[in-house]
Ligand binder design. Structure first.
Ligand SMILES: [Ca+2]
Ligand SMILES: [Ca+2]
Ligand SMILES: [Ca+2]
Length: 238
């Protein structure tokens, strides 16, 4: 099981008014990889190259469109499965990819067939067929830039409602980056300026930064701020 804490997706969505819009989403994904720490694999299609099954277990992405908030998840009633297959077989019965085969520099072909559920402004849409995305990857997890994309010649995938009725939306194309290059401005980052009124009537300014849950308690002697964070927090009184 591989957790991807920071996933980016670019989705080209055809809207009911026939216009195509690019929606950028970010969030998390969980992928199950059908192997063990030794990279055990089998050549199940008999072409001399070992492969392992993979499954996109969870996807939670959020973005914005002109029609409101867009959320992308996997359809929980279907399995979004795929595969990783080595391009060169260096070790029999083992998937030859770093770091499973240490020191190896071997590309693998990978794909997912994803049954997506897309919510646009509260309306839930399902893909009528699985969307096929593929990538060439050189590492587990994929390196930054090893992005899963839909085929260039893909026919738009209609999105239907719960009853299978057309909604006017369709997926034109998408790219999903499980492990993008991290930039500072992509980190969950919260900055908050708090003005506390003290028991004496004076005010005090507190600057907080980081990813945090915050509890503010004020006792008779002044102010107490407790923060717990998943990232570095900084507290400065000015
Ligand atoms: Ca094959
Ligand atoms: Ca094979
Ligand atoms: Ca192999």
């Amino acid at each position: 099981m591989e957790s991807f804490p920071f996933v980016q997706k670019e989705l080209w969505l055809r809207m009911p008014n026939r216009e195509t819009e690019r929606v950028r989403l970010a969030g998390t994904a969980t992928v199950e990889i059908g192997t063990d720490a030794t990279g055990q694999a089998a050549d199940t299609d008999g072409d001399g190259l070992d492969q392992v099954p993979i499954e996109l277990i969870a996807l939670n992405l959020v973005g914005n469109s002109s029609l409101g908030l867009v959320m992308v998840t996997v359809d929980p009633t279907k399995q979004s499965t795929g595969q990783i297959e080595e391009q060169t077989n260096l070790t029999p019965a083992q998937l030859d990819i770093a770091p499973l085969t240490p020191g190896v520099d071997n590309d693998c072909d990978s794909f997912f067939d994803i049954w997506v559920e897309i919510s646009v402004d509260g309306q839930t849409l399902h893909s009528e067929t699985a969307e096929h995305v593929s990538a060439v990857i050189s590492h587990l997890p994929p390196e930054p830039g090893e992005v899963y994309t839909t085929p260039l010649d893909m026919f738009p995938i209609p999105l239907v409602d719960y009853d299978g009725q057309s909604t006017g939306y369709s997926i034109v194309s998408q790219r999903i980056d499980l492990n993008p290059e991290r930039e500072v401005d992509h980190f969950p980052f919260v900055q908050k300026e708090l003005v506390l009124r003290l028991a004496t009537g004076a005010t005090e300014r507190v600057l907080l930064a980081g990813t945090m849950t915050m509890e503010v308690g004020i006792d008779p002697s002044g102010a107490a701020v407790d923060t717990t964070g998943t990232a570095a927090t900084r507290c400065r009184r000015c």
